[in-house]
Design a binder for this molecule. Structure first.
Ligand SMILES: Nc1ncnc2c1ncn2[C@@H]1O[C@H](COP(=O)(O)OP(=O)(O)O)[C@@H](O)[C@H]1O
Ligand SMILES: [Mg+2]
Length: 408
């Protein structure tokens, strides 16, 4: 009977333990921050680079070292009430078993009686979990920041009463700014007065975050936080890791193959792992992968996702948006506002082009890089190359060339 071996390249949830490539320094620094209630760390980096993975791993390590940590995922909440609930649920889950009457004690710390808690059946069939609920009020709608401050203050006061400390990670914290005006100033106030909580903020929207930390006059977090950037994993560390992970399942990816995966998938950790996963799926029966398998894997993935990419393409606001995206895909260094480009591709006025470029960046289709712009998603980039280049007279580049070039 064939041995059942699991794909060693995992996507879909944050990477942990052996699934985590590199990031040793980042994990150590966050772990240290989680144990220091006088410091505040901001972990900053583009999406899909692996921020949630590093903060999650640091939290695991901190707990092993007997430091309680709560990681609150704000990517999925849709309101400030949801954020407050997620913070309270997280604190109760981490500390509730150790401390008696934690939930009722926390609720009693709110000045208004809008916060309640109750037992909710566990979906997996385990013991019921305590979960908080927050009754929205008209008064709170006018001052949504109050609920956030009250929630964090309740946690701080509770810790004081029990003479304890806690590490609190707010992942994708900048989302709070959608509901809480002047979030940075609110957080500054919280940071100034709290002594029991070690705060780690993690976020990915550059324009929002830069405004909070950059300017002395307007940025509330200016000089309030240490900033730790999370960048791409260096290829000379990532490639051997890919080789090792494949080898641990008896599949030979040589270094050329791993380098080709990185070159074709681009700088984001998740995209690289996703392509490695596909190549492993296609080659594990044979037991070894080649550089052409990498090119084929990229095209397979792109084809498989084509309904999604097509929908994204059609949702773009205008044909000028679509033309600009195609031009960027064909030449990241293109000068979009050059007179010849404007005329040749019927892009309209310079100001229009600048406005569209801004909206492509805001909507995360495009990222600004040194020397130009890139399409954010390498699979969408490939979809564009295959499907829209023809109209412009651009040749669809052969992926095998791109993959081969990486092995030189
Ligand atoms: N260091 C890493 N090693 C291996 N895979 C990783 C690593 N970091 C991230 N990943 C992969 O990328 C995916 C996205 O990472 P995540 O931590 O959620 O990124 P972010 O929070 O920056 O958007 C994870 O689900 C995991 O599959
Ligand atoms: Mg994340």
């Amino acid at each position: 009977m064939a041995r059942i071996v699991k794909n060693p390249f995992i996507i879909g949830h944050p990477a942990r333990g052996v699934d985590l490539a590199d990031r040793v320094d980042e994990v150590a620094r966050i772990q240290k921050a989680l144990a220091d209630t006088s410091g505040r760390l901001l972990v900053y980096g583009e999406r899909r680079l692996g921020k949630s993975s590093v903060v999650g791993e640091a939290a695991v390590q901190a707990r092993i070292a007997k430091r309680p940590v709560v990681v609150v995922d704000l990517a999925k909440v849709t309101s400030v009430e949801g954020a407050a609930q997620a913070i309270l649920d997280g604190v109760n889950k981490e500390m509730g078993r150790r401390w008696k009457n934690l939930a009722s004690s926390l609720v009693a710390r709110f000045r208004s009686s809008r916060v309640q808690f109750g037992a909710q059946p566990d979906l997996a069939g385990g013991a019921p979990t305590v979960t908080f609920s927050i009754v929205p009020s008209a008064e709170a709608e006018k001052a949504p920041g109050t609920l956030l401050t009250e929630t964090l203050d309740a946690v701080e006061t509770e810790l004081g009463a029990r003479d304890a400390e806690l590490g609190l990670v707010l992942d994708e914290f900048q989302r709070l700014a959608q509901w809480v005006p002047e979030l940075d100033w609110l957080l500054k106030g919280v940071f100034d007065s709290h002594r029991r909580v070690a705060y780690v903020l993690s976020g990915s929207e550059r324009s929002v975050i830069d405004a909070m930390i950059d300017s002395k006059r307007t940025g509330g977090l200016y000089k309030m936080v240490d900033v730790m950037p999370v960048g791409p994993i260096p290829a000379d560390l990532f490639a051997p890791w890919i080789v090792d992970r494949a080898a641990s399942t008896g599949v030979a990816f040589d270094l050329d193959v791993a380098c080709a995966v990185i070159a074709v998938a681009g700088p984001r950790t998740r995209d690289i792992v996703q392509l490695a996963r596909r190549v492993w799926d296609a080659t594990h029966m044979a037991g070894h992968a080649t550089v052409s398998d990498v090119a084929a894997g990229m095209d397979d993935l792109t084809r498989e996702q084509s309904a999604h990419h097509q929908a994204t393409w059609h949702r773009l606001k205008s044909d000028a948006h679509r033309r600009m995206l195609t031009l960027i895909a064909a030449n990241p260094a293109i000068e979009l506002t050059g007179t010849a480009t404007l005329r040749r591709y019927r892009l309209g006025a310079k100001s229009t082009v600048n406005r569209i470029l801004k909206s492509l960046i805001t909507d995360e289709h495009v990222v600004a890089v040194s020397g130009g712009h890139n399409v954010d998603d390498p699979f969408f980039q490939r979809w564009i190359e295959v499907n829209t280049f023809k109209e412009f007279g651009f040749a669809t580049p052969a992926l095998t060339d791109r993959a081969q070039a990486a092995t030189k």
